[in-house]
Design a protein. Structure first.
Length: 486
């Protein structure tokens, strides 16, 4: 058996190794052990107490891939093309191109946009029978060239057929298995056989098993619970995918072959009322009365008390769904956060490498020799960032919060701005304009070269010009280096 211990933060399940080995030996196939991590307790309670009431889907049906036509442009026909060629109705069948074409379980074939060509007669037989519409269309198709340059009849898929234009009869079914699930569980049913595209699988009941009864069973919440446990998350995006093997061999369903005909009739009657409306997300679906009625009837047919089991089944199913969606959201958040963390770490490394190499200081590293006090003007400055103000009559204003100073030149104004340091209130401005101009020019050239080096290093790592420049300016700001003139 399975022993469970859990609280709000953790779930621990203990399964004997001998039980796991026995499962592999008995089933002779890959085991789905993920259920021991994800399944709600009600799932194990049902299997332990009523395991004989469940069977795998492969006991009553085959699940197959939808048929590839080989040339959709030829086989899929809209009303206009059918009318143009006057193709006889007997050679046409409805097509479900996408699951989105039917929001309900029941497929309204009259609402489907396309039909498929189904003809197993030779051209000689068609000509003899006077079926000119389909015959003319086939002969037209034989002259057509696909986008890859291959004539329609020579395509690899159609060329393998005895009649290139003849799709196998097994391509039609009344019951379709959905490959991928978001928050809704729908296995579509059609009273009229339909052909389906690659977004679904075909379900063919074995002999003596009715399509409609099986459709009702596959649309129960018990089946949805099993699907939630056997499916696989699609790239962490929250969607649940199922393969043909998983659908056929691992999906556990109620053993409805044990039900009486009377009970099956009650189940299909409840299914009829449910199947014509759009299926809602599971969080809303379990609140619908017609849904609850179908699930109750099936539980009662299995000998299970709905008052005891129905709510735990719904709680377990919705909790699994919520975990799947929230986990996908967390993964998306981590995907977004991880690059941000990586960029921050990389930026910090580039900045630290720059500091290790040494950053020249202004003005000391840009003066041939430190000027004497008598060769300078002492300019009192505030402990706030400074910037250039207005230029008027040969004088350049230096401004800051509550501060204004008229420098004798643009170079002198820049010298004051570059030389101001935090917690220092005096800037010594050399009287020699040549010295001032050379120091400022050399410093700005140094800053430009430093910025280009930094930007190139970041660009090599990020391959993004805009982001590299943004991060370069950020590093300059963190290091207290001016970047306005770059």
């Amino acid at each position: 058996g399975v022993e469970t211990s859990e609280d709000a933060n953790f779930r621990i399940r203990l399964v004997k190794q001998s039980d796991l080995r026995e499962q592999l030996t008995k089933e002779r196939k890959t085991a789905k052990w993920g259920q021991y991590l994800r399944a709600p307790q009600i799932y194990f309670d049902l299997l332990k107490e009523h395991g004989n009431s469940f069977i795998s889907l492969n006991k009553v049906a085959n699940v197959k891939f939808a048929i590839k036509t080989g040339v959709n442009d030829f086989f899929y026909l809209n009303a206009q093309k059918i009318k143009h060629w006057n193709i006889e109705e007997e050679f046409l069948a409805p097509v479900l191109k996408s699951p989105k074409e039917s929001e309900s379980i029941d497929i309204d074939v009259n609402a489907l946009e396309l039909k498929v060509l189904l003809c197993d007669r030779s051209k000689k037989e068609l000509r003899k029978a006077g079926k000119r519409g389909v015959l003319d269309y086939i002969e037209w198709g034989e002259k057509q060239i696909a986008s890859n340059g291959t004539p329609y009849p020579k395509g690899p898929t159609v060329a393998a057929r005895a009649l290139w234009y003849s799709l196998p009869s097994s391509s039609l079914t009344k019951l379709l298995w959905t490959k991928s699930y978001d928050t809704r569980f729908v296995q579509r049913f059609s009273a009229t056989p339909v052909l389906a595209d690659q977004r679904v699988y075909l379900v063919h009941p074995l002999a003596k098993h009715d399509y409609k009864v099986l459709a009702a069973i596959l649309n129960t919440s018990l089946c949805s619970l099993s699907i939630e446990l056997i499916g696989r998350l699609n790239l962490g995006e929250g969607a649940l995918d199922t393969t043909v093997e998983e659908a056929q061999d691992y999906t556990m369903i109620p053993a409805y072959s044990l039900f009486s005909q009377e009970i099956k009739g009650c189940i299909t009657a409840a299914f009829d009322k449910l199947s014509h409306r759009p299926v809602k997300p599971i969080f809303e679906e379990v609140k619908m009365k017609d849904r609850q009625k179908l699930d109750r009837l099936v539980l009662e047919a299995m000998g299970l008390d709905p008052a005891k089991y129905l709510k735990p089944i719904y709680d377990g199913l919705t909790e699994l769904m919520r975990e799947r969606i929230e986990l996908a959201g967390m993964r998306k958040g981590l995907k977004k956060a991880r690059p941000a963390r990586d960029i921050a770490r990389m930026t910090e490394q580039v900045r630290d490498d720059l500091v290790k190499e040494g950053i020249k200081k202004f003005p000391d590293d840009f003066l041939n020799k430190k000027p004497k006090p008598q060769d300078c003007i002492s300019v009192a400055v505030p402990d706030v960032p400074l910037r250039l103000g207005n230029y008027f009559l040969g004088q350049q204003e230096v401004v800051g919060e509550g501060f204004s100073y008229q420098a004798p030149s643009l170079a002198a104004a820049k010298y004051i701005i570059y030389a101001r340091k935090p917690n220092e209130y005096i800037v010594c401005l050399p009287n020699d304009e040549v010295v001032v101009t050379k120091a400022v020019t050399d410093y700005e050239r140094y800053l430009k070269e430093l910025f280009q080096k930094l930007n190139q290093e970041l660009l090599n790592r990020l391959l993004d010009h805009r982001q590299a420049e943004t991060l370069s300016r950020r590093i300059f700001q963190e290091l207290g280096l001016p970047s306005n003139s770059l």
